[in-house]
Design a protein around this ligand. Structure first.
Ligand SMILES: Nc1ncnc2c1ncn2[C@@H]1O[C@H](COP(=O)(O)OP(=O)(O)OP(=O)(O)O)[C@@H](O)[C@H]1O
Ligand SMILES: [Mg+2]
Length: 251
């Protein structure tokens, strides 16, 4: 069975997309087939890999009869395929609630590509709305990026409560793989304090690897490349290789 990861945190700008792109690229470069599903109307994972899908060829079209296979594109990284998003996906918030398959749409779409991809990563928008619920209903694993800033813990309790609800009602398979500390700035006490606090709350559920704050990581998407291509010798590239290894090891 494929490992399907939702990258979720309703807090915005915490590193969900950066983590989705770079972990997906590292896994593909290690030789496993990966499907990255962009399920955010901002389409940052899509543009960050150098794509702009035309109307009719994005995850939005899964709502209107397209299959996963219809929309998947190959990326410049061998083994990494992308189901791109289009800003039209914003309409899903309005359209999905009226449908019988409202939380199951993404899961059903993924089932049609079956075991072709050992790893599937779903990049979620910054909310606990219908799109994130679909991702949590489709996934069997969850990665929660947590930015090393004040208020980092805020919202985590609500996110984990939502996960419990989904497990109880829709998807008992869903398990928390881990929380990932992102944008860690080794020079500040704040980063160290937040990292300590998150570890004291969540213990071994926190990835041992930490993603440093790195300008190279922030630049890479404007070149349509993962960090492993844009600057493979950077600290950010190194950190994401470690995280990808941990993702594999955590099972
Ligand atoms: N480790 C990092 N160091 C420096 N900048 C980073 C790092 N990780 C992400 N960024 C930058 O921070 C911003 C937010 O990151 P990202 O888009 O990955 O977060 P997100 O959680 O997906 O945001 P959203 O909630 O809007 O989807 C982006 O401009 C990104 O390039
Ligand atoms: Mg994002």
């Amino acid at each position: 069975m494929s490992r399907i990861y939702a990258l979720a945190n309703q807090k915005g700008g915490v590193g969900k997309t950066t983590t989705a792109i770079n972990v997906a690229a590292c896994l593909a470069e290690a030789g496993v087939g990966v499907l990255l599903v962009d399920f955010d109307p901002q389409a940052n994972a899509t543009t960050g890999l150098g794509f702009r899908p035309p109307r009719g060829r994005s995850t939005y079209d899964l709502l209107h009869g397209s299959t996963m296979r219809d929309i998947i594109v190959e990326t410049s990284i061998p083994g990494l395929h992308l189901a791109p998003a289009h800003p039209d996906l914003a309409a899903a918030a309005v359209e999905l609630p009226d449908r019988d398959d409202r939380e199951r749409l993404l899961g059903a779409a993924l089932a049609t590509v079956g075991d072709e991809y050992p790893y599937v990563l779903v990049d979620c928008p910054p909310s606990l709305g219908m799109l994130t619920l679909n991702a949590l209903a489709a996934a069997n694993r969850l990665i929660v990026p947590v930015q090393c800033e004040y208020f980092a813990l805020e919202g985590l309790a609500q996110l984990l409560e939502t996960v419990e609800l989904i497990r109880a009602r829709v998807n008992p398979q869903l398990a928390l793989t881990g929380l990932l500390l992102t944008m860690h700035d080794g020079r500040t006490r704040l980063s160290a304090d937040v990292a300590r606090e998150v570890r004291s709350h969540f213990g071994p559920k926190v990835f041992s690897s930490v993603i440093p704050r790195s300008i190279r990581l922030a630049e890479a998407p404007s070149h349509g490349q993962p960090i492993s291509r844009y600057d493979p010798r950077s600290s950010g590239a190194d950190a994401y290789v470690r995280v990808a290894l941990e993702v594999v090891e955590r099972g």
